[in-house]
Ligand binder design. Structure first.
Ligand code: ADP
Ligand code: MG
Length: 404
């Protein structure tokens, strides 16, 4: 039987070394799950994708024409990426804005801009920018030494949040201080004693946490998605409910705040706006993410055009898509790692047997405690119905430990 086999078919085709020159080419700095879902949306629209990551095994790598392996913060690596694509965009806010300026100075298209990144990636600068634009934010203060915390606490009130200005995510840069006694340990824990810049925020005893994705085009026009409720446990998002169960007046105010916040930093692309709803019905901006956001993953199945597709459209200068939901309610449940283990899911087949559950597995090589490994979205006639479906599927999935 081997005689009939055409040996020429059996060869490993080298991946294309350069993206096509005909298709729009999107360069993404970072190759995690956000890049993966953005790449999928880009591929759907006929784009080629090139990823810059620190290793060659990122979730987005096998969707890309090719990956560049290098340091995001190196202007040389960024310029190399930019020289191979039409537009560079970002999947995280940690890339040095100063390095990104090198791209712009060399005449490459970068969206969002280095200026937007600079305004957002330092949470203290971000709060100053939002406050200066008249947006409601929790009270905050700069703090340069542990000794300055106690007098600030007298002004802001206890408890207080001590926060890292940069490179924080999933609550890893935050410490809640109940009293001055907690200051030395928290200062050390967040790296203040090693020169990491910190700041203080008044604790906001919120009634709910809300979020909105706003996509802003290169021409400044923007669209916003429904306001959602996000449920955090240990500072990590566990559940997103869309739309948030709110009076229409509150939802409209949240949408207005989100649109103004995103405009205040000159956003281009999909941005996540995290907000607190106080017990008095006030909306305060917690933080912006200058990128697609976990609170918008539900938009893949639940909205006419997802946050990822709209991000691609925005950065390429294309018309933005409609954001309306296609069902009365949607719920997303994150699949978080519980232990350091291989990133392969257990229980996937049982989850897939749940009708209406949309399962996403990010394909990360390794899982870790609290690490975002995937998510499940379900639509429903009510939030309760969607939540029940999403939970029913999510409960089956575990990321290790695997039997030997
Ligand atoms: N000022 C605050 N008051 C009360 N809770 C807060 C405050 N700031 C943050 N949190 C809680 O911590 C979570 C993570 O904080 P956030 O500043 O958004 O950091 P990260 O960058 O890790 O998302 C928030 O979603 C919220 O639950
Ligand atoms: Mg946050």
């Amino acid at each position: 039987m081997f005689e009939t086999y055409d040996r020429d078919i059996l060869r490993i085709v080298e991946p294309a070394r350069v993206a096509s020159t005909i298709n729009p080419r999107l360069g993404i700095v970072g190759g995690g799950q956000l890049a993966k879902m953005t790449a999928l949306a880009g591929l759907q629209l006929g784009c080629d994708v090139v990823v810059l990551e620190r290793n060659n095994f990122s979730p987005a790598a096998n969707l890309a024409s090719h990956s560049l392996v290098g340091d995001w913060d190196s202007p040389e690596a960024l310029v190399k990426l930019a020289s191979q694509v039409d537009v560079v965009t970002l999947e995280n806010e940690f890339v040095e804005a100063a390095s990104l300026r090198a791209l712009e100075e060399a005449g490459y298209q970068l969206h969002p801009s280095a200026r937007s990144l600079a305004l957002v990636q330092d949470k203290f600068t971000q709060k100053q920018t939002l406050a200066a634009a008249g947006l409601p934010v929790p009270r905050f203060e700069a703090v340069a030494s542990p000794a300055e915390v106690e007098p600030a606490g007298a002004r802001l009130g206890w408890p207080l949040l001590l926060k890292a200005r940069r490179n924080a995510y999933d609550g890893k840069g935050n410490a809640t201080l109940q009293s001055a006694a907690a200051v030395p340990a928290a200062w050390r824990q967040l790296g203040g004693d090693r020169g990491r810049e910190l700041y203080l925020e008044a604790f906001c005893p919120f009634a709910a946490e809300l979020a909105i994705i706003v996509t802003r085009g290169r021409d400044g026009t923007s669209v916003s998605y429904p306001v959602v409720e996000t449920v955090q446990r240990d500072h990590v998002c566990h559940v997103v409910k869309a739309p948030a169960p709110l009076p229409a007046e509150v939802a409209a105010r949240a949408a207005d705040v989100a649109q103004r916040a995103v405009a205040a930093v000159g956003a281009v692309g999909s941005f996540g706006v995290e907000m607190f709803l106080t017990h008095g019905g006030e909306i305060l901006v917690n933080e912006l993410a200058p990128r697609v956001h976990n609170s918008g993953h539900y938009t893949i199945e639940a909205c006419l055009c997802s946050q990822f597709e709209n991000h691609v459209r925005a950065v390429l200068g294309w018309p933005l898509g409609a954001t309306a939901m296609v069902a009365p309610a949607a719920v997303m449940v994150n699949l978080l790692g519980t232990a350091k283990a291989v990133g392969h899911p257990l229980g996937l087949e049982r989850a897939l047997a749940v009708p209406g559950a949309h399962v996403h597995i990010y394909g990360k090589a390794m899982s870790g405690p609290g690490r975002k490994m995937g998510h499940v979205t379900a639509l429903g006639a009510t939030l309760d119905e969607a939540l029940a479906t999403a939970r029913r599927a999510a409960q089956f999935i575990r990321f290790g430990p695997h039997a030997a």
